[in-house]
Write a protein that binds this ligand. Structure first.
Ligand SMILES: Cc1cc2nc3c(=O)[nH]c(=O)nc-3n(C[C@H](O)[C@H](O)[C@H](O)COP(=O)(O)OP(=O)(O)OC[C@H]3O[C@@H](n4cnc5c(N)ncnc54)[C@H](O)[C@@H]3O)c2cc1C
Length: 296
C-alpha cells in the first residue's frame, strides 16, 4: 500500500486525478477500522492531514463554511450557536478520542445510513462542495446520498467544504442506541425550524438505505402551521397536528430488521423522536426563538 502525503489542496487534487482509486484518509476513524479488519486493502492511501484548509471553518452572514476535516469536538465547542443540530449530533458520536479525530467530511465519505451528521445536515439544509482538477461543484445534501454507503462523489473528486445554513430557529437531534455513548444509532432524527422561511426540515438516520428527509411530514406540518397562524401567534401546537407529523415521519422511514433493532421498532422510535423534538423546538421558538426573530 502506497501512502501519498500531499502538502496542499492542489497537490491532493492532482494525486486523486492520477490515482482515482486512492482512498482519502482524514481522521482515519472509519478507514483504519476497515484496513485493520482487512475489509479494504487500497493500493494508495491519500493522507489529507497536511491540508490546513480542510481543518478550517468560517462563519459568514448566512452560512457556515465547514472544512471537511474539522473534528466534531470543534463543532461542539465553537459552532453550537450557529449549528445547534450538528453540534448536538456531534456530541453523540462515539467518544472524545473519536470526536477529536473524526469529522463531517469522513462521515459523508463513508455515507453510512447510521452516520450521525447526516440527519442534522438534512434538517439544516447543507451543500457539499466537492472539487477535482476539472473544477468544483456544489451538491445539495438531498442529492449526496445515492445508496447504502454510496455517495455522489466522482472517483477523482474530494470533499472540500460543507456549506450549512446558520440556524435561524431552534434545532434538535436525538439518537436511539443501546447505551449513551460509543454506539451506532439504531435510528436517529433531526429537526430544524426555519422561522425566516416558515418551514420545517427533518432528517432521519439509520431507518432507510440512505439518510432521508420526511418530506410528506414536512409538507403537512408546513401547511398546518401556516393555516393555523402558528408562526405568528406562537400558540401551542395541537396534539393532533403533532401526532400526524410523527406518524408521517414514521411512515417515511423504510428500515430493515438487523442486529441493532427491528424495522417495526425503528419506525416507532422515529415517530417518538419526531413528536418530542417538535415539542422541544416549538417551546423554544415560543420563548427565545420568537423574541430573537422579532429583534432581528
Ligand atoms: C469506535 C468508533 C465509534 C464510532 N462511532 C460513531 C458514531 O457514534 N457516529 C458516527 O456517525 N460515526 C461513528 N464512527 C465512525 C466515524 O468516526 C465517523 O464516520 C467519522 O465521521 C469519520 O471521519 P474521519 O475523518 O475519521 O474519516 P476517515 O476514516 O478518514 O474517512 C472516512 C471515509 O471518508 C472518506 N473521506 C474522508 N475525507 C474525505 C474528503 N475530504 N473527501 C473525500 N472523501 C473523504 C475516506 O476515504 C473514507 O471513505 C465511529 C468509529 C469508531 C472507530
Amino acid at each position: 500500500m502506497d501512502f501519498l502525503r500531499p502538502a496542499s489542496w492542489e497537490e491532493a487534487l492532482a494525486a486523486k486525478a492520477e490515482h482515482p482509486t486512492a482512498v482519502p484518509i482524514a481522521g482515519g476513524t472509519d478507514v483504519m477500522v476497515e484496513i485493520n479488519f482487512d475489509h479494504r486493502r487500497p493500493e494508495y492511501l491519500l493522507d489529507l492531514n497536511r491540508i490546513e484548509l480542510l481543518r478550517e471553518y468560517e462563519v459568514g452572514e448566512e452560512n457556515v463554511r465547514l472544512g471537511a476535516s474539522v473534528p466534531y469536538t470543534r463543532i461542539m465547542e465553537n459552532l453550537r450557536a450557529e449549528l445547534p443540530g450538528l453540534a448536538l449530533a456531534s456530541h453523540t458520536v462515539a467518544s472524545p478520542q473519536i470526536r477529536n479525530r473524526g469529522g463531517v467530511g469522513g462521515n459523508l465519505g463513508t455515507a453510512s445510513p447510521a452516520g450521525d451528521a447526516h440527519p442534522a445536515l438534512l434538517a439544516a439544509g447543507a451543500e457539499v462542495e466537492v472539487e477535482s482538477v476539472r473544477g468544483s461543484r456544489f451538491i445539495p445534501i438531498d442529492a449526496f446520498y445515492t445508496g447504502v454507503k454510496r455517495n455522489a462523489l466522482e472517483p477523482d473528486e474530494l470533499i472540500k467544504t460543507v456549506h450549512i445554513k446558520k440556524a435561524d430557529g431552534p434545532q434538535q437531534y436525538s439518537k436511539v442506541g443501546t447505551r449513551n455513548a460509543m454506539v451506532i444509532a439504531v435510528c436517529a432524527f433531526g429537526l430544524a425550524l426555519h422561522p425566516e422561511t416558515r418551514t420545517v426540515r427533518t432528517g432521519i438516520g439509520s431507518a432507510a438505505p440512505t439518510p432521508i428527509r420526511a418530506k410528506e411530514a414536512e409538507a403537512f406540518l408546513n401547511a398546518a402551521l401556516e393555516e393555523g397562524g402558528f408562526w405568528d401567534s406562537g400558540k401551542i401546537i395541537t396534539p393532533s397536528i403533532a401526532k400526524q407529523f410523527a406518524d408521517l415521519c414514521s411512515g417515511a422511514a423504510n428500515p430493515i430488521d438487523d442486529v441493532r433493532g427491528t424495522a417495526k421498532y425503528r419506525r416507532h422510535a422515529v415517530g417518538i423522536m419526531a413528536r418530542r423534538q417538535l415539542g422541544w423546538t416549538w417551546e423554544q421558538y415560543r420563548g427565545t426563538g420568537r423574541s430573537l426573530e422579532g429583534a432581528a
